[in-house]
Design a protein around this ligand. Structure first.
Ligand code: EPU
Length: 357
């Protein structure tokens, strides 16, 4: 395994921001990590794990040693009365993995079609779309400790999944949901393989407005998993920019949760606010709507812009392989200006979703 120096990262991040890794190692297996850790020069260095680069904003050249995960493989590893247990390497492309599971007859990931990124990155932010989150289909994962080289397995509770959140996004115990794991695992663990429990029997997850419109247009009877997959692809292609054409990192902010009282205050001033009441009585607000109603849709700072069809997505208006695209600084200036105007109007501080490095 070779460590390369001064590696351009523009093709390795879906925002297509121009930046370099001071050093980058491609990781195909456990031995690659253990070899690095046995080399004093690399063992001491801080590490940054890069999956598909679909959830990261690069604000300059990356000084930590970049570990690009290329652990491959997909297979069914077991079957219980209730589920097929299907495993994939952390370096597998997420969407191709979802398509493969359906082709094999393992159903249940179809609502998560077309999400950019890799299998190994999916648990980090607990990806979710159209009523399904990764944690709903998760069995366990194998990861390697980047300090000791020891491989360990985590179940769902140990991953401390939350909304676009997990133990892999946090650095310390005080940071994570209480009672799960002694330490956060940010930059400390590399996810090698993920196992999914795909339900038997399968039934579609409907109830999300965009999907239900497709069901109604189809005639209202129960769709197949392949139909749900196709509809999710159509909906995403209509609303979200393709990162191979227009650089972006998906939703840039999380949808905020407020109390019923806070929501009532906002409704009194802005009756049209898009909101969903959660099981515990708190209310989730559509961050896209909040940003949109502050007039940000289509606006830009330098080459960083707010996507015309979905205000929750920030885009790089430069060519994906050109020298004149948005800098990470421009993206963050735009993000901060959006946060300020949403805070001033609604009293809500939007939380940034991707990892900023
Ligand atoms: N809206 C506006 N204006 C906008 C954008 C949205 O009024 O510019 C309104 C929409 O009309 C809709 C509501 O806001 O009523 C919600 O929009 P949408 O259904 O597009 O979903 P979202 O809440 O913006 C979330 C996820 C997406 C996921 C979709 C579908 C987050 C941060 N984002 O977006 O996930 O695909 O739901 O489930 O939770 C991602 O995380 O990168 C991502 C794309």
């Amino acid at each position: 395994m070779l460590v390369q120096k001064n590696v351009p990262l523009q093709a390795f991040n879906t925002f297509h921001i121009l930046a370099k890794a001071h050093a980058l190692a491609r990781i195909s297996n456990v031995t690659d990590v253990q070899t690095l850790l046995a080399t004093p020069e690399w063992a001491q260095m801080q590490k940054f794990v890069l999956g598909g680069g679909s959830n990261v904003v690069l604000t300059g050249d990356v000084k930590p040693l970049v570990l690009k995960v290329e652990v491959m493989g997909r297979r069914c590893v077991g079957e219980t009365a209730k589920a097929f247990i299907v495993e994939a390497g952390g370096g597998e492309n997420w969407h191709e993995f979802v398509a493969w599971t359906l082709a094999q007859g393992y159903l249940g990931l179809e609502n998560l079609a077309l999400i950019p990124g890799t299998v190994g990155a999916a648990p980090v932010q607990n990806i979710g779309a159209y009523g399904v989150e990764l944690q709903d289909r998760f069995d366990s994962l194998d990861a390697i400790d980047l300090r000791t080289g020891v491989v360990f397995t985590l179940n769902a509770a140990q991953c401390a999944f939350g909304y676009r959140d997990s133990i892999f996004k946090h650095t310390s115990a005080s940071d994570v949901l209480a009672g799960h794991q002694a330490l956060g695992l940010k930059d400390r663990a590399l996810i090698l393989r993920v196992r999914f429990a795909l339900p038997k029997p399968w039934k579609p997850v409907l109830g999300y407005a965009d999907i239900d419109k497709k069901v109604a247009a189809y005639g209202g009877s129960q769709p197949t998993a392949q139909q749900v997959f196709d509809w999710v692809c159509e909906i995403r292609q209509a609303k979200l920019p393709n990162p191979e054409v227009l650089g972006n990192a998906g939703s840039f902010f999380k949808n905020p949760t407020v109390t019923a009282e806070q929501c009532a205050d906002i409704i009194a001033r802005d009756p049209k606010v898009v909101h969903y009441v959660l099981a515990d009585g708190s209310v989730k607000l559509a961050a896209g709507w909040l940003i949109d109603s502050c007039g940000w849709r289509g606006k830009s700072v330098g080459q960083a812009g707010v996507y015309e069809k979905q205000a929750l997505v920030l885009v790089n208006r430069g060519a994906i392989n050109g020298p004149d695209g948005a800098t990470g600084g421009e993206v963050m200036t735009l993000a901060k200006a959006i946060q300020t105007s949403v805070y001033e109007r609604f009293g809500i501080l939007l939380e940034i979703e991707p990892v900023v490095i």
